[in-house]
Design a protein around this ligand. Structure first.
Ligand code: UTP
Length: 305
């Protein structure tokens, strides 16, 4: 798999790890993998592939668990379905199904034999990529906003090189569930990263800047992945590989514009579904009355609604 060159500071490939167990979303994820759960009518993996393509990337590598190929099948051409939709005059649905196959032509898959951690999953993909940088998107982190989150990171990468992370500022009580940045110079949007701590214990957080699921990784990070040893929770952590390159290659964090939803949990998924629905004018019109009625149902139940 040689790296292609193109727009994005040499970044042309997005890695999408989807081989995790998805335990927070059981029983929904017992049979249907998390990345196939829909938000506003499209599975999470489709949102992530579309974001990578909108950001200007050419190729997407899915890291899948053995025997779990639904995400790949979602992007396969289906001429029979297209013909059936054409016969019924369903031209919009037909166009959407045709567009999926076009996205599928950019897709490849590698297998992660065991879910040993995010660092291991990304390493399964990067060992077969060339020596250049790459992007990583976690499909269960959905980011909605006017400019794709990954595009915002690539813009910073084109300017500063190295590794670029998406971060958001969180209350102290919440930041410990994430990788957290040890900050250096900070211009209000882009922060120099002097270190990273995965899920710091309460009271030891180096900042309130939490890393979320969009990354541009320098070649140095990709080179560090095969040497990872178990970190927080006994997993091979991507955070540790990035931290190991601080001082060797630039690492920056970007306070991205947009709203991030943790679609790995039922509550985050529900919020994402509502946000994506309300952001689409046609869907917004279709659900507006129901939303008003539902809020009215709960008025007086002690809720602010
Ligand atoms: P999560 O941290 O959400 O883990 O992974 P998970 O296993 O999917 O879910 P929970 O915590 O058990 O509910 C973030 C992303 O990294 C992938 C997941 O599929 C998800 O897209 N991942 C994680 C892997 O591909 N392999 C791993 O070993 C771990």
């Amino acid at each position: 798999m040689p790296q292609l060159t193109g727009k994005g500071g040499g970044v042309t490939t997005a890695v999408l790890p989807v081989a995790g167990l998805g335990t927070r979303f059981l029983p929904a994820t017992k049979v249907v993998p998390k990345e196939m759960l829909p938000v506003a009518g499209r599975p999470l993996v489709q949102h992530a592939v579309e974001e990578a393509v909108a950001a200007g990337l050419e190729r997407v590598v899915l890291v899948t668990a053995p025997g779990r190929d639904l995400a790949l099948r979602h992007f396969e051409a289906d001429p029979e379905l297209e013909a059936a939709l054409a016969a019924r005059g369903r031209s919009r649905a037909r166009t959407e199904i045709g567009a999926l196959a076009a996205l599928g032509s950019r897709l490849e898959a590698v297998e992660q034999a065991e879910p040993l951690g995010l660092g291991h999953a990304v390493g399964c993909a990067t060992r077969s990529l060339g020596p250049g940088p790459c992007a990583v998107l976690l499909p269960d982190d959905l980011v909605l906003g006017p400019v794709p989150c990954l595009r915002q990171l690539l813009d910073v990468h084109e300017r500063l090189g190295g590794t670029v992370l998406a971060v958001m500022e969180l209350p102290a009580a919440e930041v410990g569930k994430f990788g957290v940045v040890v900050p250096g110079r900070d211009d209000g949007r882009v922060v120099e990263v002097r270190g990273l701590v995965e899920k710091p214990a309460p009271g030891t957080e180096p900042s309130r800047l939490a890393v979320v699921g969009r990354y541009v990784l320098s070649p140095a990070v990709c080179a560090a992945l095969p040497g990872l040893t178990p970190g927080h929770g006994g997993e091979l952590q991507l955070t540790d590989a990035i931290a190991a390159t601080v001082g060797e290659a630039p690492v920056h964090a970007v306070r991205f514009e947009g709203r991030r939803f943790d679609c790995g949990s039922p509550a985050g998924m529900a919020a994402a579904g509502l946000a994506a629905t309300l952001a689409d004018p046609a869907l917004r019109r279709a659900v507006a009355a129901s939303v008003q009625e539902l809020l009215a149902d709960h008025r007086g139940n002690g809720d602010p609604a």
